[in-house]
Write a protein of this length. Structure first.
Length: 157
C-alpha cells in the first residue's frame, strides 16, 4: 500500500512539474510585419521584418475578390485572380501609444513594366492573416520563393 501511495505522489509531482516552472518550447509564432511590396510585369515581392510561417496561393473567381471583414468587392485589373495569403502576418501592430504601421505603402500597385501581372491590391489584414490579390492577364503557373524575410511570386508563361 505504501509503495502505491509513493508511486501516486511521484506521478502527481511529475505531472505538476512538467506543466509549469520552465520555459515553454511551443510558443505562439511571431507575427510577420510587412515592410514593403514591389511589383513588376512578371513578379510580386513582399518584404517582412520576420518571415511569415505560412504562405498560400490560390486562384479565385472575380466575384470572390473582396475585402475581408466588409465583403465589399474590390475591382482588380486582369482576367485571372491569384490570392496570396500570409499567416501569421500583418501590416501593423499595437504599441504602447497605439497602432504602429510597419507598411505605409499603397494598397494598390501596378507594375512599371509590361507582363502578365496587371495589378496588385491588399484585400485583407485581419486576425494575423494578410491577403493580397494579384490580377493576371490569364491563368498561369506561379512559383513562390522564400529567402529569409522576402517572399517572391514569379508568374510563368
Amino acid at each position: 500500500m505504501r509503495s502505491l501511495v509513493a508511486l501516486c505522489v511521484v506521478m502527481a509531482a511529475t505531472i505538476v512539474l512538467a506543466g509549469c516552472g520552465g520555459p515553454r518550447s511551443a510558443s505562439a509564432p511571431t507575427t510577420a510585419l510587412l515592410s514593403g511590396v514591389h511589383v513588376d510585369g512578371t513578379s510580386a515581392t513582399f518584404e517582412f521584418h520576420s518571415p511569415p510561417g505560412l504562405v498560400r496561393t490560390h486562384f479565385r473567381p472575380r466575384s470572390q475578390i473582396a475585402e475581408s471583414g466588409s465583403g465589399q468587392k474590390v475591382p482588380l485589373r486582369g482576367r485571372a485572380f491569384l490570392v496570396v495569403s500570409f499567416f501569421p502576418a500583418a501590416t501593423a501592430q499595437m504599441g504602447v501609444t497605439g497602432l504602429m504601421f510597419s507598411y505605409t505603402g499603397p494598397r494598390r500597385l501596378r507594375p512599371g513594366t509590361p507582363g502578365p501581372v496587371q495589378e496588385l491590391v491588399k484585400i485583407g489584414d485581419f486576425e494575423a492573416q494578410l491577403d493580397w490579390a494579384i490580377g493576371l492577364d490569364r491563368r498561369r503557373p506561379v512559383q513562390v520563393t522564400r529567402d529569409g524575410t522576402t517572399v517572391t511570386l514569379t508568374v510563368g508563361s
